[in-house]
Design a binder for this molecule. Structure first.
Ligand SMILES: *[C@@H]1O[C@H](CO)[C@@H](O)[C@H](O)[C@H]1NC(C)=O
Ligand SMILES: *[C@@H]1O[C@H](CO)[C@@H](O)[C@H](O)[C@H]1NC(C)=O
Ligand SMILES: *[C@@H]1O[C@H](CO)[C@@H](O)[C@H](O)[C@H]1NC(C)=O
Ligand SMILES: *[C@@H]1O[C@H](CO)[C@@H](O)[C@H](O)[C@H]1NC(C)=O
Ligand SMILES: *[C@@H]1O[C@H](CO)[C@@H](O)[C@H](O)[C@H]1NC(C)=O
Length: 829
């Protein structure tokens, strides 16, 4: 649920749309990287008696015989094996929980009540994939206004389905199955009873349809005869050679008497997009099955998030889409909202009637119009139900400052009903960027998605989820007046995420670090004193069912959100930077003495750890750790000034904030000061490795996932070298960014990096690394781990050969957290 950002946060409450990955079965216990440890098994070098007390008697007897010693998986010794076994059983119970990815509501035919459909996913450890399935429920209200959800008896698995999109009337369902290898993409149109139509779209027309949650866009037109969508452009023609040399006029087809060269290399959009061709716009005619590429869009523009503009005189004539320019080059875009983008409108390639030809008056009309020239970022376009205005989100502060994510703003364009559009269209501010909010006031807009239909029945109130300090909240915004309010309850510290609307009611999920997700149904009610308010009903559902064991463990936990005062207010250049930040503290209700602590640090740095439920963190708290989840300054959700206080000061301000938060809980007597550990990935790994270098006596163990350890090497190999500049130099870094860093730059990067403190490190550290990571390539973590090992610091490395930056494939995520749990237990005995 949290937005994982540039250097991704590893709070796994997050449901990211994971890029699909081919899953070569990876061994259950991949080899430890330092293969010398393979031979130097702990067992052989430790007196045997040491183990007797840890071992079940049978095992102890077995190994005391003269026979061959039982072979242990690499990286395990007999003492830890037992811990490993017991923890992995518990972790499996946490892992198997499913989550809701999307939901839709359909009005029922009778006009009474409605029907909801939930798209759900669940990790499948054995297959190392996510299972996806659908579960439906009918919603009815009884005479007392009680809301009932009648769930279908079983869910239905959606094997091989990449994406599903219901039509506007709800009478048809588009199901897209994406190709493996070179096979065609399959479009299926389902009615309420059966498959109506099926189309195979060959690779020569386009590659796979984007279903990444960012470029992704699939839009039905008003009469449901056309669908506009975003897919990979077809493979470019490559030079062909045969026994006579270069073959002129060669086709794309394979021939056995010739061979293909590579042609020019093309930039890609970095992390998560390796091997993906440029996103391009297409329209399929469901009557003829013909697919048309949308013409007139500049080659350098990557397109996404397409929607049909309201029909003019009953005809769907225009498409609105987001365009990202590749000028000067494509840089990593995943979690990076600082890539300039604009809304464009383009004439649709075909009208309802093929008589459209005569409507095309001039060539000029065919060109693409840039609707948002006066602003550096515009995305998530949504038309109002009456088609009179277009609302969109902007990350202009992110683009303008260079910070990979920042405070959003919301804007409106009044749409010309005659369809006559121009690039001088006026942009109206609906919600401006909040620089520094008064205490308790709205801290600014931070959205990671919009519903496809976010409107209440008045046609101008939009319902959306946003981050408000450490919580995700639901907001209602009148886009005509700009008035907004928080409609999810504010008191509990829970996080709320919107799933879909049912008329004027909201279906949402709420959770906390110690409360599993629950479905809520929000109704607008009139109160006695003539004001309206939101009332939230509990909906029981079969979706979030945990075992009794897990529920019992969770019931012994509690959480709170702590306000942490900034230490050095004199260093603060803005009012917002001097305001307190937050940390979520999770602890046992029942322990007599303070438990060992894990400080949990999100990535980014412009990301946030939300107070929502995270399976992996709940697992760690269930095995006996308190958690201090720090939203250091620079996190999303606290206003723009606080966020912008960090670039230029990474490795110092953020490190200090974390230490301040830890000292706060120590002073309050909430934790055991001699059993403190730290966990973080990406920028959180940068902080983890900084902390064990800058505060070497503080931490008994550390765990880090794809950490950024050496910016001077990272800058040359990451997909976002500009990140290194902006975070190490501040906004000025955006100006001095170059693909050829000077020796002076490299020295600056080195001095900002954890590697510059390595000589002080003593803390045993485990590294979880993804070999396919383009964001912080694996060499960064490996080189640091080797340097620690050289200095005699205990290290353990697990390398996942097929994982990218967020180590999220089910088996890898599982093996990461089981090892983190065992590692921390070992040093907190
Ligand atoms: C459209 O406007 C945006 C916003 O300023 C700009 O970045 C982009 O280059 C423009 N697009 C074209 C194709 O000129
Ligand atoms: C509420 O407002 C209506 C008119 O809008 C008025 O007739 C009614 O008396 C009001 N009720 C209360 C409790 O103020
Ligand atoms: C209306 O009543 C609610 C409680 O039902 C209260 O919280 C709110 O402040 C009241 N509003 C006004 C304007 O009196
Ligand atoms: C919903 O459930 C919670 C406990 O899980 C309870 O405290 C709350 O009162 C319930 N709300 C309603 C409206 O029944
Ligand atoms: C840090 O990066 C620099 C620049 O690539 C490299 O020369 C140096 O060896 C790296 N040091 C370590 C210990 O990773």
């Amino acid at each position: 649920m949290s937005r994982t950002l540039a250097l991704a946060s590893f709070n796994s409450a997050i449901t990211l749309s994971v890029c699909s990955l081919t899953s070569a079965a990876s061994p259950r216990f991949p080899p430890l990287l330092f293969s010398s440890q393979r031979r130097l098994s702990h067992f052989n070098s430790t007196p045997f008696s040491h183990y007797i007390k840890h071992l079940p008697s049978v095992l102890a007897m077995d190994s005391s015989k003269a026979g061959p010693v039982k072979e242990l998986p690499v990286g395990l010794d007999e003492a830890t094996e037992e811990e490993y076994a017991s923890q992995s059983k518990l972790l499996q119970e946490f892992t198997s929980l499913s989550s809701i990815d999307k939901a839709w509501v359909f009005k029922s035919e009778s006009g009474k009540g409605s029907q909801a459909m939930f798209s759900i996913s669940q990790p499948n450890l054995l297959a190392n994939k996510k299972r996806k399935y659908m579960l439906s429920s009918s919603i009815s209200k009884d005479s007392n206004n009680n809301v009932n959800f009648q769930w279908a008896p079983f869910p239905v698995e959606m094997t091989g389905v990449s994406i599903t999109v219901p039509s506007p009337s709800g009478s048809k369902l588009l199901v897209i199955r994406d190709p493996e290898n070179e096979s065609p993409t399959q479009f299926e149109i389902w009615s309420s009873s059966q498959l109506e139509k099926e189309f195979q779209i060959p690779q020569s027309t386009h590659g796979s349809v984007y279903a990444d949650g960012w470029f992704e866009g699939i839009s039905w037109n008003s009469d449901e005869s056309l669908i506009a969508y975003v897919a990979e452009e077809p493979s470019p023609c490559k030079p062909s050679f045969d026994c006579l040399g270069y073959k002129q006029g060669a086709t794309k087809d394979k021939e056995c008497t010739s061979w293909k060269g590579q042609g020019d290399w093309e930039e890609e959009w970095g992390e998560c997009y390796a091997g993906k061709r440029q996103p391009a716009l297409f329209v399929i005619n469901l009557n003829s099955g013909k697919v048309h590429a949308v013409k007139g869009i500049e080659k350098s523009l990557s397109v996404g998030q397409v929607v049909w503009a309201p029909p003019v005189e009953g005809i769907d004539q225009h498409l609105v889409f987001v365009g990202w320019s590749a000028d000067p080059r494509k840089l990593g875009i995943k979690y990076c909202y600082n890539r300039p983008c604009a809304l464009y409108v383009v004439k649709a390639p075909l009208y309802k009637s093929e008589a459209a030809e005569s409507d095309i008056k001039s060539l000029e009309e065919l060109t693409v119009v840039n609707l948002t020239q006066s602003i550096s970022s515009a995305f998530f376009p949504r038309f109002s139900p009456d088609g009179k205005f277009l609302v969109f989100l902007s990350a202009k502060t992110s683009v303008d400052s260079g910070a990979h994510s920042a405070t959003n703003s919301l804007h409106r364009i009044d749409w010309p009903t005659d369809g006559k559009l121009s690039s001088s269209t006026k942009l109206i501010d609906v919600i401006p960027v909040v620089n520094c909010a008064e205490d308790g006031q709205f801290p600014g807009l931070y959205c990671s998605s919009f519903l496809s239909k976010p409107w209440l029945s008045d046609g101008c109130t939009m319902i959306l989820s946003s981050y408000w300090h450490s919580c995700q909240v639901i907001l209602s915004v009148n886009v005509l007046s700009g008035e907004g309010s928080r409609i999810s309850p504010a008191d509990s510290g829970f996080s709320w995420n919107i799933l879909t609307l049912d008329g004027d009611n909201v279906i949402a999920v709420c959770s906390s670090p110690v409360d599993v997700p629950q479905i809520k149904y929000g109704c607008l009610v009139d109160k006695a004193n003539n004001t309206t308010g939101w009332h939230w009903l509990n909906i029981s559902s079969p979706i979030f069912k945990y075992s009794e064991k897990v529920m019992s463990l969770l019931s012994h936990l509690q959480f709170g959100i702590l306000q942490i005062q900034v230490q050095d207010v004199s260093d603060c250049l803005t009012k917002g930077a001097a305001k307190s930040f937050e940390a979520i503290f999770v602890s046992s209700k029942v322990s007599d003495a303070p438990d060992p602590l894990i400080a949990v640090l999100h990535g980014g740095p412009h990301s946030v750890s939300l107070s929502s439920f995270s399976k992996s963190l709940a697992f760690l708290s269930s095995i006996g750790f308190s958690l201090l989840i720090v939203n250091y300054r620079g996190s999303l959700g606290f206003g723009e000034e606080a966020l912008q206080s960090l670039p230029g000061k990474i490795g110092s301000q953020d490190v200090k904030d974390v230490l301040t938060a830890i000292d706060h809980v120590i002073e309050k007597g909430l934790v055991n000061p001699s059993k403190i550990t730290v966990l973080g990935g990406s920028h959180g790994g940068f902080l983890t490795t900084h902390l064990i270098g800058q505060a070497p006596d503080k931490f008994v163990a550390a765990a880090t996932r794809n950490p950024a350890c050496n910016l001077s090497s990272m800058v040359g190999i990451t997909d976002i070298p500009d990140w290194c500049y902006v975070e190490a130099y501040g906004t000025n870094g955006k100006t001095i960014f170059t693909e050829a860093p000077t020796a002076e730059h490299l020295t600056h990067f080195y001095n900002k990096s954890p590697i510059s403190h390595i000589s002080k490190v003593k803390t045993p550290t485990i590294f979880l690394l993804g070999a396919q990571d383009l964001r912080v390539p694996v060499s960064n973590g490996l080189q640091y781990a080797r340097a620690l090992k050289e200095r005699g610091v205990e290290t353990k490395v697990i390398l996942f050969p097929n994982d990218i930056h967020g180590i999220e494939r089910p088996q890898s995520d599982f093996e990461s957290f089981i090892n983190i749990g065992v590692w921390f237990k070992k040093y907190c005995k």
